[in-house]
Design a binder for this molecule. Sequence first.
Ligand SMILES: *Cc1c(COP(=O)(O)O)cnc(C)c1O
Length: 398
Amino acid sequence: MEFSKIKELDSRNYMTVFNRQNLCFTHGKGCKLYDVAGKEYTDFVAGIAVNVLGHCHPALTEAIKAQADKFLHISNLYYGAEQSAMCEKLLDGTIFDRVFLCNSGAEANEGALKLIRKYYYNRGERRPKILSALQSFHGRTLATATLTGQSKYSAPYAPLPEGIVHIPYNDFEAFKAAVDDSVGAVFLETIQGESGVVPADYEYLVNVYAFCRSKGILLAVDEVQTGMGRTGKFFGFENYGIQPDIVTLAKGLAGGVPIGAVLARGEAADAFRPGDHGSTFGGNPLACAAASAVLDVVKDEAFLADVRKKGEHFKAGLAPLSKHNFVKDIRGTGLMVGLELAPELPGAQVVGKMASAGFLLNCAGRNTLRFVPPLIISEAEIDDMCGNLAELFAKTNI
Ligand SMILES: *Cc1c(COP(=O)(O)O)cnc(C)c1O
């Protein structure tokens, strides 16, 4: 199909929710994508931190093909070897006791919210309030849009679910001031991704964790973007030495096959009773076969050490760009890196020019270029992109 036809059909048929870039791809391999004109791009978006093994990774492709030859979907009415094997791999060596599987990040967070509420009903405690950070992003369902600390995602859909209170991020005093006897949980990202790769300060998260422990408040961490080795640890929270009660995963977990997961430990892991929660597709054989293949690669200390090394290399490669007065900040951990631009240089403009140069980037909140490449990216590919960005910035006069 001609690209013009694709665009015409999209503009006629699809609900008008996206501002798409003028690009359309036909296939990919490793960290490369190819568009309808045959042009090659190096992918620093990875489907927004999804394609952790890049495109067409042999082990992942093989696992999906092998599963397709058996069956794609049965039902959670029955036991399944793929699901049992994947959950064992996922939980193995972690602090978590149980997992629930669904199909997206929003759904995982929705499940975590329900788990928190159920935990307190089981205990006969009235603690309906859940704290969440301003500028956070937790998804697009009604409850997770409300949990998201940006009213543009929720205000148009009022009335909203009750009991969610927003607090400033990285402000421990504000957190403490917001806690009273009605607070049951706090929900945080270790790095706020959508709002511009903003990491939690070490002291902040450690203090919040200790305070939660002392007050019996559940700590839920949204690792939908920061999990699956993105920061060079399997979970982003491991960079802080904390032990949350609940964590959510999605994006990279099955390397591009839709999936979400809620992991919990201790009493929280046992809060749901039969019938309390469920999903038709959640944890189906195809998604679990894919996730198993991804976990085999990612949940390996040598692989994670390599992500950390490449992350340091990446930030060192970007560091010289801070000499430009329009580069405000370079931040992030592992292969989740942000470069914040001054408002005079719109990120979308840089994204467009870098696409012409053959590099796919994305602009997140705070006018920040967000780099979340496949975790298999090479240092040569990183150097190539940093060199091209340096060339572009050298020609930019503002
Ligand atoms: C992407 C994202 C979500 C939402 O995931 P979906 O799969 O789009 O529903 C939730 N939380 C965080 C931190 C995310 O980055």
